[in-house]
Design a protein around this ligand. Structure first.
Ligand code: FAD
Length: 464
């Protein structure tokens, strides 16, 4: 059984199928080499490290050994299958272009060598090729996509397989496993202190978070846009790593609804799961979504020259733009590997519109620093923010980061939490940083908002 972005034992169709068939060996391949597969960012590696350790424990309880290997999966899989003499291999499907190519290669090898290969749907509520518009094409607009998705049946999650299906120790010995410590997924444990403080990785933690969130899902409608509150589920890294399946989340939410009654909060939450699906379906249509514009007109967009914009990009990365909501978010990101969705949108708008920096630079930074970084919702949302994506926010919708701060962090609790320079004097309004001057040690704004807004609109006019 080949584990990938599905580091769990509950609702795991590939594990379930393998256990029904015979003795099971679990394999995880750290593949940073196959063509086109994007090497993981630092925060993602940190998450993977803990998640794999947690998975190993869950599998141990089932008596299933976990073998760890590194290298191109198209080479490692055949080698492991040959060494063990396995009659079959199962996995849950992935949807990124390079990953699909790797999986197709392994399937081909299996067919040529008399090894059965079976893949399963586990990461998405519906396969990207099953949802089609009336004209037969893929959806490019969220609302009809969501309507179509909801009209189809969603299967029930599977239980954890029964114990006693693990392969014999001799099989593991012949395969050879690598030592996870040797992978050095976390080069600087001290540097990961903020991540450690913010998260518990693994399947049990994912379920705990879901249960805790559903107790307050009724507040989600009002609270989901407020970074100063604990108003969202924070399930994104658990979903990213497949520690919990979307089927399990959906099922729990729907059961909550039948017990407690419907609420706008719960419906909004289900719709966010819909946005996750929408982005994965989009990735299936545009496999190089992290570099290719969904709207080709943006290929001619006059982004600023990277060398000229470098200092501004650094200020943005380090949370020193002089716009408190954005800086609070960028500092939250650096410290915890996560940022509130509203702040992601405002930070993205400042970078791509006021600073006129190519969204791909922002996406790359998020890829490096987010614990939930993934190839669909990352680029999909960046293109949404930049205006180049499917069903995107129009380019001329340029957030004012100061107004956004006042609206969504009215008491400046979020800002004060992440920007100590602005936390000291209660009499000072952190939403007006320009008035504070450098005396508090907080930078002046990197751009003039009205002038940069006008520059962005001119740039957009040039490609229309
Ligand atoms: C510029 C930008 C980059 C982003 N990059 C990523 C990314 O790399 N990975 C990622 O998972 N999300 C990304 N998002 C979407 C969103 O910000 C996060 O999914 C959300 O903040 C996660 O917090 P949560 O789990 O508390 O979400 P909740 O509000 O509790 O939502 C529940 C789940 O729905 C899904 N979801 C919610 N909003 C979105 C959305 N806009 N798009 C897709 N799925 C969504 C997530 O799986 C999330 O866990 C990005 C958004 C922006 C604006």
């Amino acid at each position: 059984m080949w584990f990938r972005d599905d580091l769990r034992v509950t609702d795991h169709p590939a594990l379930d199928a393998a256990c029904r068939r015979g003795a099971v060996l679990a394999l995880y391949v750290l593949d940073q080499q196959s063509e086109g597969v994007r090497p993981l960012g630092a925060a993602a590696k940190w998450w993977l490290d803990g998640s794999l350790r947690s998975l190993r424990e869950s599998l141990r309880e089932l008596g299933i050994p976990l073998v760890l290997r590194r290298g191109p999966a198209g080479v490692v899989l055949p080698e492991v299958l040959e060494r063990t003499g396995a009659g079959g291999v199962t996995w849950n499907r992935r949807y990124g272009g390079p990953e699909l190519a790797v999986d197709a290669g392994v399937k081909q090898w299996c067919a040529a060598h008399g090894v059965e290969a079976h893949s399963f749907q586990a990461a998405l509520l519906h396969e990207p090729w099953t949802l089609r518009t009336g004209a037969g094409g893929p959806y490019k607009v969220f609302t009809p996509f969501w309507k179509a998705l909801r009209a189809l049946e969603i299967r029930q999650p599977l239980p954890v397989p029964g114990p006693g299906r693990g392969a014999a120790a001799a099989v593991t010995a012949v395969t050879g496993t690598e030592d996870q410590d040797g992978w050095v997924l976390v080069p600087s444990p001290a540097g990961a202190a903020g991540l450690e403080a913010a998260w518990t990785r693994g399947e049990a933690a994912a379920w705990e978070r879901l249960d805790d969130f559903l107790d307050r899902v009724e507040d989600y409608d009002e609270g989901h846009d407020r970074p100063d509150r604990d108003g969202t589920s924070r399930l994104s890294p658990h979903l990213r790593w497949g520690e919990i399946s979307p089927f399990a989340v959906w099922d729990a939410a729907v059961r909550h609804r039948s017990e407690q009654g419907s609420s706008p909060g719960l419906e909004k939450f289900l719709a966010e799961l819909g946005w996750r699906e929408f982005n994965w379906h989009l990735l299936h249509q545009v496999p190089d979504l992290h570099v290719r514009h969904v709207r080709p007109a943006f290929d001619a967009f006059p982004w600023r020259d990277p060398a000229e914009a470098a200092a501004d990009v650094r200020a943005w990365q380090e949370g020193r733009t002089g716009f408190p909501l954005v800086d609070a978010g960028m500092r939250q990101l650096r410290s915890t590997g996560w940022m509130h969705n509203r702040v992601r949108m405002v930070a993205g708008s400042l970078l791509t519109k006021n600073l006129l920096v190519d969204w791909r630079a922002g996406e790359q930074w998020f890829w490096e620093t987010l614990v939930d970084a993934e190839p669909a919702s990352g680029p999909g949302n960046w293109q949404w923010v930049a205006g180049s994506g499917a069903d995107a926010s129009p380019f001329f919708r340029i957030f004012n980061p100061l107004t956004q701060g006042r609206k969504f962090d009215p008491d400046a609790r979020y800002i004060r939490r992440w920007i100590p320079e602005l936390a000291g004097d209660e009499a000072v309004d952190p939403h007006e940083p320009g008035l504070l001057g450098p005396s508090v040690g907080y930078p002046e704004p990197v751009v003039d908002l009205p002038a940069s807004r006008a520059r962005a609109l001119d740039a957009y006019a040039s490609i229309r």
